[in-house]
Design a binder for this molecule. Sequence first.
Ligand SMILES: *Cc1c(COP(=O)(O)O)cnc(C)c1O
Length: 485
Amino acid sequence: MNTQDLHDHAIPAVGADPKAILEHISHLHEQDVAWKDGRAWSLIYYANEEHEQLLQQAHRLLFNSNFLNPFAFKSLQTLEHEVVAMTAKMLHGNEEVVGVVSSGGTESILLAMFSYRQRAAKLYPSITRPEVVAPATIHPAFDKAATLFGLTLRKAPVDENRRAIPGRMEKLINKNSILLVASAPSYPNGVLDPIEEIAALARQYQLPFHVDACVGGFMLPWLEKLGHKIPKWDFRVHGVSSVSADVHKFGFGAKGASVLAYTGMDYLKHQFILTTDFPGGIYVSPTILGTRPGGPLAAAWAAMKHLGENGYLQLAQQLMDGANKLRKGLESIACIEVVGDPCMNIISYTTRNNRPDIFVVADQLENKGWMVDRQQFPECIHLTVLPTNLPVIDEYLSDLKEAIAFAEAHPEATAKGNAALYGLMARIPFRGMVEKNVVKILEEMYSAGKFPTPEKEPEQKSIAESNPAWMGRLSRFLSWLKRIK
Ligand SMILES: *Cc1c(COP(=O)(O)O)cnc(C)c1O
């Protein structure tokens, strides 16, 4: 068969040969963000080529294994146990700490939220509308969990440094509260919440407390060892009952591995789901997935054993050196300010009084080939400093200066493309309208018969460009808003 047949949206009548298939996938992959050139400041946690090769080999060894049945795959049982134990030790947990390896930060958070809900239902049956109290900067995985498990997530405002305010969280605690959550640190601005003070609330109100260290779990322990002043946030803090830490972020594992650890079985046990009347036999499930791939677990174990403390410390040092250089560079630009008070190699920045427009600057950076993560409340650009970014920090700063010069020289420029989408979205006061429009974009992305292929759509269109009617409506609405103000 020729390669063109691979574009048909049907299983081919006759199977294609492996070479053509791999070429096709590689071809598709060419459209992806050039993360190896340091163009992405999120998403890919790549330590170095040797480490990458090891992860792939470890992954391949258990590629076909299935943790659905741990008795059939004792290897996975051992690896999970050891990954949890290594993580617990790194987080200063005692020997009572137990946990699971899940498929990622989101699954760890879903599991924690589910487990605490089950626990509350058992211990406090009078609570029929369970609530969880969080700072506003908490990750959307908690919203997802709340939606899935019928919980109400109450979000407290954060301070001007983007840090949780325990007093504001306390105001949201009531008789329906079942759990407190906070971040170490928050993803958008890299800010560490005051875990010890929130833990004091947890003790005072006898609530469990989950710390989301998905991004910081495998970074903050090394920063502390390197002498950075990091307030205590892990299992040393009395009142913290569980922690999520992603091996597939700064643990430098392969995608699909996160640790959820609790201070004891009293918490973990509520997360187990059993079906005793299934004709296929008694079915037990410690996590959310049914079939659980063994590859990511093997790679997680391999990553931790391969890097070792010395490897993690070295990477942490390099990343912080990079982050400090980047921060200094940003702060040397008069119109730029760093948002909040980041505790690790996550930096978000914006323009003072939005002059020039930060989203116009974002557009310019995108034109220069950078992948730009635009954020809102406040409007800013997110940078997680990754090993792949280290060689391009100077280039980024000089492109940023040019982008700012352009934006300053063109005050009439308005944010275009994706920037328009995010920019306009951030500026719409009615969040209901934002929600409606975003759902429309998703519906379109998933609509039947829509298969973007490189041949049919050579240039990648931004979401805004592929929704011109929608963008038109939005900008008319915004100009109307401006007029009535
Ligand atoms: C990445 C992240 C998550 C979610 O993890 P996924 O692996 O993307 O599902 C949750 N919380 C924080 C703080 C994160 O950085």
